[in-house]
Design a protein around this ligand. Structure first.
Ligand SMILES: Nc1ncnc2c1ncn2[C@@H]1O[C@H](COP(=O)(O)OP(=O)(O)OP(=O)(O)O)[C@@H](O)[C@H]1O
Length: 228
């Protein structure tokens, strides 16, 4: 099992303004599957993923990733977990405009103290995996939206994370490009040793999900497609 969350709960605010963003929720994901998390704005999806990825400490409940209770780790161990196990792709790519595509992709390896040349070579290999061979020296602004998203995906996978999280990956892309990017992720990035979680409002890409999980008012309310 890749991820198991039990009784996960998180509230924000105090007194009368206190609200529960994630409410006593359980979740399981396996290696080899691509799971979509859908639900209305404010239903708790980002809060939920932040707790699963070791970014936001839950008020209650446990998150186990590859058998490790991540919220029992100390801060250094948790930082290592995030760097080595989780790859994150943001809606707006978050690429550095003054760095080349390969330099953007190399950043996680530089953070892991790998030397510059080795990191750039690995970055160029990842660009090849995402279909951008030869674009290493190109600045992101010279690329289309779909290509920039693929650079962001290359950066997320360069450290070989087993858990890949994409937050609204197609929101800034037109319909066809969005589908192409997700089809590509499913074919080339998903593997038996990797689990991919995608938050999306984009029903045009539903066909690529192995499983769709619905969130509403901080709770997982339903499962579509291959429900456990
Ligand atoms: N740091 C915070 N402080 C206070 N309230 C917060 C904080 N983060 C989230 N919330 C609240 O928790 C609820 C869930 O937010 P969350 O961002 O997890 O929802 P979401 O489903 O990801 O929404 P969206 O689809 O719009 O991104 C919302 O009501 C939000 O206002």
């Amino acid at each position: 099992m890749a991820i198991s969350a039990t009784n996960l709960t998180k509230s924000f605010g105090e007194g009368a303004t206190r609200m529960t963003a994630v409410d006593n929720t359980d979740f399981v994901a396996h290696f080899g599957e691509m799971v979509f998390i859908v639900g209305p704005s404010g239903s708790g999806k980002t809060t939920f993923l932040s707790m699963i990825s070791g970014i936001l400490r839950p008020d209650a409940g446990t998150v186990t990733v590859k058998g490790c209770d991540i919220w029992a780790l100390d801060n250094d161990q948790l930082a290592d977990f995030r760097l080595n196990t989780i790859g994150f792709v943001f809606q707006d790519y978050h690429l550095f405009t003054r760095l080349t595509s390969a330099e953007n992709v190399a950043i996680p390896l530089i953070l892991k103290q790998q030397d510059w040349d080795t990191s750039l070579a690995a970055a160029n290999q990842c660009l090849e995996i995402v279909g951008l061979k030869g674009f290493g020296k190109t600045l992101p602004v010279k690329l289309s939206g779909g290509e920039q998203q693929r650079v962001a995906i290359a950066r997320a996978i360069v450290g070989s994370p087993e858990i890949l999280i994409l937050d609204e990956p197609t929101a800034s892309l037109d319909g066809d490009t969005g589908k192409m990017v997700i089809a590509f992720v499913k074919e080339k990035v998903l593997s038996a040793s990797r689990c991919i979680l995608i938050v999306t409002h984009d029903i045009r890409i539903n066909e690529y999900a192995d499983r769709i999980v619905h969130m509403e008012d901080g709770r997982i309310t339903g499962l579509d497609k291959g429900a456990q």
